[in-house]
Design a protein around this ligand. Sequence first.
Ligand code: FES
Ligand code: FES
Length: 161
Amino acid sequence: MTDTFCLTVNGARHVLPHPEDRTLLDILRSELKLTGAKYGCGMAQCGACTVLVDGRPARACVLRASRAANCQITTLEGLADAETGALSPVQQGFLECEGAQCGYCLNGMVMTATALLADNPSPSREEIRAALRHNLCRCGTHLEIIASVERAAELLRGGAS
Ligand code: FES
Ligand code: FES
């Protein structure tokens, strides 16, 4: 085993001490100070820790960081425009439609919705529900969350209002 490994996060390559069996979530939060992904259940059940690995949603709380060494990882911090700071359409949709009440589940909702809309820019309400079914919201904000994703889809298609 080598002493270091490389992780590419939000387009930046990081050389880090080998993570042994540490999780990707641990490395992101502790070593790279990227705290958008949250620790909820730690058991791949709630979605709070979701990041994109090669564009697909992944549960960073159970994914060994070493397994992601040759992948492109995107975190919540990587969604906004790096130069202007402009929010991504999904972030903007959640802002406009008040899809965030707690800020804890929000990361997983936004990341999962980002992956959904990359695949399907015009999802039906049922398709949005299906995509988000494993991201838990315990406070009853589901309707606003779905409206946020619908608004994000509209923004992605170029809709102004
Ligand atoms: S913290 Fe990873 S799924 Fe709950
Ligand atoms: S908005 Fe996070 S639990 Fe409902």
